[in-house]
Design a binder for this molecule. Structure first.
Ligand SMILES: Nc1ncnc2c1ncn2[C@@H]1O[C@H](COP(=O)(O)OP(=O)(O)OP(=O)(O)O)[C@@H](O)[C@H]1O
Length: 245
């Protein structure tokens, strides 16, 4: 996926301009910024759901997408909903075959949602729905996964589960992952690079460890923010990022 000199306007206002972005399989990028700064707009532009007013976009035909508030159509079981991720492979009147059912079952297993396969999708909680939406995105088989605040409705255990899934997908090398988040710690553990959206043309992009510095985060949120290493776990520092107020 590539954006070159990309810009999106809403009415009279540019949300972002002159944005260059490149993502390859095996790499994960986290997008951070205050409320209303344009994360969802950027994600929708990557998806091709919002037109660019300048610049160019190159992306796979099918993209695995987890929107901020995943829909829950009435009358579908979880497994049917996840198999919908295969739609682009089926053609207009195609119905899912064994391989499609197997891909859906595997995706549900990956996110830990297999036990809910027979449940009505409209009766899932917000967090359960986010995990099932990720399963549907995985079932597409796309090399690109785009997730808009995927952790926002998840409890701590499911946040950990999702971070582990994203980390494993990235390590597997077959997926490029783009996700937005309000939790810099999540970017530290599940992304290689971070994009901080500071202003329309102002941004910082680079390796998470460098970009998510106390100075950058304090400037981004206009607040004093401290970052501290708590301990090391299997050779990797576990860090806390804390606002001071
Ligand atoms: N359809 C639209 N028409 C006009 N303006 C819009 C539209 N959608 C979003 N905006 C505006 O674009 C700006 C960026 O919104 P966006 O949803 O991309 O921000 P965000 O960083 O994802 O915010 P949050 O963290 O609150 O989810 C906001 O000022 C918003 O009001």
């Amino acid at each position: 996926m590539r954006l070159a000199g990309a810009g999106v306007r809403r009415g009279e206002r540019w949300i972002f301009r002159k944005l260059d972005l490149e993502l390859i399989p095996g790499r994960s990028l986290a997008v951070l910024g205050p409320n209303g700064r344009g994360k969802t707009t950027l994600i929708r532009a990557v998806m091709g759901l919002v037109p660019l007013r300048e610049g160019e976009r190159t992306a796979p035909r099918v993209i695995g997408y987890v929107p901020q508030s995943p829909a829950a159509p009435v009358g579908y079981r979880v497994e049917d909903f996840v198999v919908m991720g295969r739609a682009a492979r089926l053609g207009l009147f195609g119905s899912p075959g064994r391989a499609d059912q197997a891909a859906a079952a595997e995706a549900l297993e990956t996110v830990g949602a297999a036990p809910w396969a027979k449940r009505p999708v409209d009766r899932l909680s917000g967090g359960e729905r986010q995990l099932v939406a990720l399963a549907r995105a995985l079932a597409t088989g796309s090399p690109l996964l785009v997730l808009d605040e995927p952790m926002s409705a998840l409890d701590l255990a499911n946040q950990a589960r999702l971070l582990k899934v994203l980390d494993a997908l990235r390590a597997g090398g077959r997926h490029a992952i783009l996700f937005s988040t309000h939790a810099p710690e999540h970017a530290l553990v599940a992304a290689d690079e971070a994009l901080l959206m500071m202003g329309t043309e102002e941004r910082s992009i680079g390796p998470v460890g460098e970009v998510l510095s106390e100075v950058n985060l304090s400037n981004l949120y206009n607040l004093t923010i401290r970052r501290a290493c708590l301990f090391e776990e299997t050779g990797r520092p576990v860090e806390a990022i804390v606002p001071i107020f």
